[in-house]
Design a protein around this ligand. Sequence first.
Ligand code: SF4
Length: 459
Amino acid sequence: MSSFRSIEGKTFSVITLGCRVNHYESEALASMLENCGAVFNPNEAESEYSPDIIAVLTCSITSAADNKTRKILRRVRRENPSSLILACGCWAQTVSSDEAESIGVDILIGNRLKGSTLESIDRWFESKGYFLERRAEVSGNKLWDELSVDRPRMHTRAFIKIQDGCNRACSYCAVPSLRGAEVSRDPDKICEEIQSVIASGCAEIILTGIHLGGYSCCGTSLADLVRKISSIEGLRRLRFGSLEPFAVTDELLLALADSEVFCRHLHLPVQSGDDSILLSMRRGYTSKEFARITGMTKSILGDDAHISTDLIVGFPGESERAFSNSLSLLSDLGLGRVHVFPYSERRNTAAAVMDGAVGRGEIKERTSRAIGLSARLLSDYAKCWLNRTDSVLIESSEDGLASGWSEHYLKVYTADLKSTKKDVSGNVLEVCPEREVRGILLGRGVDDRYVLSSSEDQI
Ligand code: SF4
């Protein structure tokens, strides 16, 4: 078994905060620990026994995220007084050792060093529990922190991290200082990992990165990588995590369009629809250019491709006029799902010292209007899929009701009357939606085991 004897037989849990890259790193930590002979305990919160090891993938994207990380670490320490508590990632990258120790953290692992987690845990057990930290400067760091996932343990789909860091400087964002310079993963390593998660029975993979569009390694562009992955035998569905609009090229879109497994959904965070706000955000495109990018995307991937986005509400300097420019752009482009984020200042960013702060009350009022629009846009987009068959990856199935995400990234429910109510999670089913409720589709399974009846009231 492993060279880390102190870890064999230990029970462990993993708690994930933040982005999809964190979700990938959680799965990788779980793979590493389980392959070292530790025993995975998926439901830390529900179990009456404290796991020996609790790893928390932390987030520091905003001040609110910092507070949430602290709160969770304090709760975990309070409820598990004798467990080893490991804090990894973005919050762990910048917190002071004193604060971390005072909260009850035993080991701090910063970004680009998660590959050293097993060795750190082993050293902690050997040292009878002395506080340990593994952190290094990330700016300019071009090293890839090799982790790998053999099978997803906490998700039906597998996140595959292909890129880390960001060389851009959006004025509200601290990620470049937390995650470091852009670095991309060897394409062969990526394909090896995908083959192993497919062999474990996983039907869908999601490529993820901090700046996914910045992927480039050994002469392989993101478009090349899509072509390589799409030819991997047994892969049913390929998805992209968030892709910055300025990274969308026709070369990439053509590679996605040629892929038989790529799910026709792209998440392109616009953040604002007002040119003066986009300028002070340093996003690098105008509302007109964003419209051109979404138009190009629909013309190459198909008019019914789902384009979702992010909108920051209440950025410093955002007037009522600027805000309504954002709402009009979203409406005009016929986008689908819109994630709405009330602006939350992040220390050590350029935006944190900008004039023109918008009042909390105003931000709250605008956020609810933006959410209202988002609900209408999603419902309108979902209605386009009524009475049209789409494939759905079932993520949960209980008491005859199955639910999952369609290829076009819509939530779908379908009921199975004819089967013995067996769990069909992880299966990809063809479903023909008949009703739409608040952007959710209720469908009839195309093969006759799945017939919708009065399940609407169960949602
Ligand atoms: S592209 Fe901008 S928002 Fe995205 S991680 Fe980089 S700096 Fe942050």
